[in-house]
Design a protein around this ligand. Sequence first.
Ligand code: NDP
Length: 586
Amino acid sequence: MSTLVPILPESAPFTAEQRAWLNGYLAGLFSRGTLDPAVAGRAAAVPAAAALKPLTILFGSQTGTAESLAKKAAKEAGKRGFAATAIDLAGYTVARLAQEKNVLLITSTFGEGEPPDNAKPFHAALATPDAPKLAGVCFSVCGLGDTNYVQFCQCAKDFDARLEKLGAGRVSPRVDCDLDYENKFTAWLDAALTALSATTAPAAPVAAPAENSKSKIEVPSPPADPTYSKKNPFPAPLLVSRNLNAPGSTKQVHHVEFSLEGSGLSYEAGDALGVFAQNCPDLVASVLGALGCDGEEAVPAPDGSIVPLRRALTEFYDLGGPSSDLLAACSVNLGGGTAVALHHVVDVILARPELKLAPADFVRALRKLQPRLYSIASAPKAHPGAVHLTVGALRYEKDGRGRKGVCSTFLSDRAVPGQARIGVFVHSNKAFRLPANADTPVIMIGPGTGIAPFRAFLEERRATGAKGKNWLFFGDQHAASDFLYRDELAALQHDGVLTHLDTAFSRDQPEKIYVQHRMLDHATEIFAWLEQGAHVYVCGDASRMAKDVDAALHQIVERAGNKSAPDAVAYVQDLRTAKRYARDVY
Ligand code: NDP
């Protein structure tokens, strides 16, 4: 008897590579007779022994990290006898949560303690007084955050507390991970899965995934990461680092190009690139001076190998904000009215010179230097074997000391094109993708370095001949000196790829003009595009710009759509849920 092997359609929510792999996986299952084609017609792989413990792994993700960890967790859980499903919190409901048995929730925190965009409605719904009781739910929460922020992992803390309050049973404690999340995440997952395995709740048969429910389709993860990853970065030759500003600018934004030839790394427009930078030699010298060391002292690197102190401080340890370990080692109590502002490692050592920390103890109290993520500015189809970034050099004065962004000034000032090889990896951001339908219009709002992913989107749409309309809002201080990629944008307009370009140069006139003012000028047309199904993307400054642009979008829907304020909120929320309003903001 011949068996028809199902093939995932091109519209399935996977990359071509993933689809190819999954099709192979399905074919393999069929050849072993483990999959009933009737079931497969509705969904993907359901193991034959269908009495696995169900496990729902929810993720709240802004830049894709929580999403990729949720998928890793699903894979690991699958190996341990769970029927695990990673589910995006966008569109997930509290009513559905009340039906679950076993839940892991992995979430980042965004801005000042807020949930990531995809988790906002769920977070709000769970907080309402009429949220359902969750007595039958076993759970554990993992938070992703950055200890430099006061509201560290706040969203995870909120979920953890609320789930408990609603009667769900915490099977293992919440873990809050710093930027260096790998080990803590792995330990949390192990503890949570072990605890869930031990719960006595009866193993439910694996329910057939609901029709049309993409997020419920249980899929095995594609093959392991390519050889090069965050753990094993590719030493990418730096090809170009070119200042995009003209003389007279107060900004220093660099166009940076790396070669990915021979790395096997691939990316899509919308992804980010992780870059391992080195600390500034002047900063390293001032730390060595404060410690009274010459830099030759042998100290442990984070991987346990022994290296000279200077190299350790240059390549491996964070000399920015002090860790709580360092503050403890120096017996510095920040809450106790410390006279000196201790914003940097060097401030802490200088505050306690009498301690004379041993170099090895000192580095053990430091955080690992973390890679920086930059939105990719190129489309792979337009630049095969290369990846481009748009990097704004960060320099500022604090407490009478000049400070510099570690990676941005490394790339713009010190790394030499043609000579430097710099560790990089691709950080996938599936939440920031061009519409699957090439005819769908897109509206892109990207002032300053926020233009980066939109250069990639426009290159991608040109390379694929996509017919959809494209509208870009760009802004910066002065047209004469800060109009990033001006010529390229003009060429894209000339080619008919960039349908509309609106600019807001904030300091070319007495009053400030920002991108959101330009948007409001075009409220009627923007609303018409939204009604035609346009996707809206925002990239750039999170603290002011993204909030004001969000407010402008609501105003546009109110005014041009003739809606009440609550209806406009619901309209914009629907855009988010439909993944038509995505933000890559920092
Ligand atoms: P900016 O966002 O600072 O400036 C771009 C334009 O936006 C300017 O014309 C600016 O005007 C304008 N602007 C200021 N406030 C608003 C607002 N509320 N709404 C809309 N537009 C506004 O661009 P950059 O590319 O310099 O920086 C982007 C972000 O990236 C910033 O948050 C910056 O701090 C951050 N950054 C981070 C780096 C890092 O290493 N982590 C490196 C470089 C930048 P005006 O200035 O005249 O008010």
